[in-house]
Design a protein around this ligand. Structure first.
Ligand code: FAD
Length: 278
């Protein structure tokens, strides 16, 4: 298991208290010796300075930090400036994305339309300076014309120079296994790391899953609905479901796990500590 990759994702908060909580979460998860922490980026640059500050703080404390960088709504000049800043700050890995502009924000300033163009720009500007992660969608990106098209578009990012990929979260491991098989058939051989979303709250999860195209299987949805406001039961059931899924993934030799922490340590720590496979 030496080359198994473990990583955790945070989002930049707007308040001092939120940032303190984030660093506390980081300290707890650092005990697991992850390969890196990643920090999301608000498309169109809405979290630009917060993302930079948090990534810098984490990197300075000795664990690799990987900023997410989305290209939608951004000028090439802006992106190049940010890349130079990361290069000067000893950042080694970037999660390169297209992003989704918040409704109401005009995309007119944007010069890059898709993530493969961003990967290409980063490689042109900085060669192999950065390890590049891209997004993968075992259940298909919601705007893709169809599954096959989405696979071809995923391959564009790999051909442009992505080193590895992190998937959108899913609750059905078969969708991940099928996706990886199809990628292999197309000659895609980069590691595709499952993105894991702990289940802690039904309403938010349902809303978010609808938007990003992740399917909550009926048996999970019905059970969560039945718990209503009973947070304790939701957490307990969620932990069981996610632990079982991670065990299934690890038993099938996935190259790593990437947790969407939502800035909370405990749900991830519980799942990790439950895994009986190490
Ligand atoms: P792309 O790979 O560009 O794909 C977008 C759509 O366009 C797909 O439907 C694809 O099939 C199609 N497509 C791709 N290339 C082409 C092409 N050349 N020609 C025609 N069609 C094409 N969002 C944020 O705003 N900030 C974040 O920090 C963030 N982090 C994320 C981290 C992970 C691990 C994941 C999985 C998602 C993240 N997102 C983030 C969400 C992501 O930005 C959205 O899902 C977005 O809609 C797509 O981004 P992408 O990089 O996958 O886009």
């Amino acid at each position: 298991m030496d080359d198994f990759r473990l990583s955790f994702e945070f989002f930049p908060t707007k308040t001092e208290e939120g940032t303190r909580k984030l660093y506390n979460t980081r300290n707890q998860l650092a005990e697991l010796n992850p390969d890196f922490f990643s920090v999301t980026y608000g498309a169109g640059g809405s979290t630009r300075s917060n993302t930079i500050d948090i990534v810098t703080e984490i990197n300075n404390k000795g664990i690799n930090a990987a900023p997410h960088l989305s290209c939608v709504g951004e000028s090439k000049e802006n992106i190049k400036e940010l890349l130079q800043h990361y290069a000067d700050s000893d950042i080694k890995r970037i999660v390169a994305l297209r992003g989704d502009l918040p409704s109401g924000m005009a995309a007119s300033a944007g010069e890059l339309n898709y993530a493969n163009e961003l990967v290409e720009l980063i490689r042109n500007e900085h060669g192999d300076k950065f390890e590049l992660e891209v997004a993968a969608y075992p259940e298909m990106h919601p705007q893709a014309r169809n599954f096959e098209d989405d696979l071809i578009n995923f391959k564009r990012k790999v051909d442009a120079g992505a080193n590895s990929a992190i998937t959108q979260y899913f609750f059905n491991p078969d969708s991940y296994f099928y996706y990886v098989d199809r990628c292999q058939e197309m000659g895609i051989d980069i590691p595709i790391i499952p993105g894991i979303m702990p289940i802690t709250n039904y309403t938010k999860l349902a809303r978010f899953s609808d938007a990003c195209g992740a399917e909550i299987p009926r048996w999970i949805r019905k059970q969560l609905e039945a718990y209503g406001d009973d947070t304790e039961s939701i957490m307990k059931f969620g932990e069981e479901v996610i632990t079982q899924m991670c065990e299934d993934l690890v038993e099938n030799d996935v190259p790593g796990l990437h947790f969407y922490t939502l800035n909370q340590a405990e749900p991830c720590l519980n799942v990790w500590n439950n895994l009986s496979l190490w």
